[in-house]
Design a protein around this ligand. Structure first.
Ligand SMILES: Cc1ncc(COP(=O)(O)O)c(C=O)c1O
Length: 323
């Protein structure tokens, strides 16, 4: 197996992020619940995309790129963090965002502007059309001497997923130091790369731990996540036995992707008030609230501590109301 440290990576975030026990939550549910604060990764408002971008932009730099294209919804955390990281690296960011949901100048659309990105709303509901437009614009820029890289939705490629293998490696060291045995890892799933990285990371560094992805959209993650795991394992040249029992997808979509759900509001408020931690209504609020319901129903299998990976997303709190 290749050592992750030998893959090209730009140190964009401040790692390790904090890892600690949520005392109030653990007492409430009678189970040790820990949090991995990737919302505090030291870039902009933080979030999971930075770990992926450390690998994706390192490769882009090696390829000589000076311009980075990506996509998402108008309030995409991935697009905003790509813009922030690209700006730090002296690269131009072009964001082609689907015109749907909150398109007013709020939340991440304001941040995109702060980072100096070119953010354009595209009138389509199809990412295929957006990718076609990206390729067209990139080709045009390349005739003017620029070199472009295209990062897909959420940065969820096998290389992006390696960022979350790195996250498990990181909290494995923290858990060992704290004498914590990890039994279950839970996080939000939006395009699949984070969950895939967590799953491969668990197979490598936390054998026996289970990974639960909480889907916030209706995409077929049962198929997408294992495919990304395979791709990331190939990059790391590791041959791992499949273990279908260590992974499950559950859902908390509510009325739809990026539509806040009133069912989640009490949990979002409780974590803000009891622990001073901000969850957003699109990703982390849906994932955490589902986790609480599973803890309440005692339906999280496996023993050992539960680790909730906080993936960021706070900008949404400035773009939309809670449900
Ligand atoms: C705040 C936040 N949490 C979780 C996710 C989901 O991560 P992934 O796209 O890797 O599944 C995203 C990405 O879209 C996000 O912005």
């Amino acid at each position: 197996m290749k050592n992750i440290s030998n893959l090209p990576r730009l140190p964009l975030g401040q790692y390790p992020t904090p890892f600690y026990k949520l005392e109030s939550v653990s007492a409430r549910y009678g189970r040790d619940v820990y949090i991995k604060r990737d919302d505090l990764c030291g870039v902009a408002l933080g979030g999971n995309k930075v770990r992926k971008l450390e690998f994706l932009l390192a490769q882009a730099k090696i390829d000589g790129c000076d311009t980075v294209f990506t996509t998402g919804g108008p309030q995409s955390n991935h697009a905003a963090l790509t813009a922030a990281c690209a700006a730090r690296l002296g690269m131009k960011a072009v964001l082609l965002l689907k015109r749907r949901g909150v398109t007013e100048r709020r939340g991440n659309l304001i941040l995109d502007e702060l980072y100096g990105a070119e953010a354009d709303l595209v009138d389509t509901d199809s990412y295929d059309e957006i990718y076609a437009e990206m390729r067209r614009r990139a080709a045009e820029l390349e005739t003017q001497g620029r070199k472009c890289c295209l990062i897909p939705l959420g940065g969820s490629t096998p290389l992006g997923a390696v960022g979350y293998v790195n996250c498990v490696r990181e909290f494995t060291v923290q858990a060992l130091a704290a004498g914590v045995r990890v039994g279950h890892i839970v996080s939000a799933t939006g395009s699949g790369g984070t969950t895939a990285g967590l799953l491969l990371g668990a197979r490598l560094f936390q054998p026996g731990a289970k990974v639960t992805g909480v889907a916030v959209s209706g995409d077929p993650f049962d198929r997408m996540v294992p495919e990304l795991v395979k791709g990331a394992a190939a990059l790391l040249e590791c041959a791992l036995a499949e273990n279908p029992g260590d992974f499950e997808m559950v859902e908390n979509v509510g009325a739809g992707y990026a539509v806040p759900n009133a069912l989640d509001t009490p949990q979002i408020l409780a974590l803000a008030r009891d622990e001073g931690i901000l969850l957003d209504p699109v990703y982390t609020g849906k994932a955490y609230s589902k986790l609480c319901r599973m803890l309440e129903a005692d339906s999280l299998s496996g023993d050992g501590a539960v680790v909730f990976v906080h993936t960021g997303g706070a900008a949404a709190l400035f773009a939309m109301d809670l449900g």
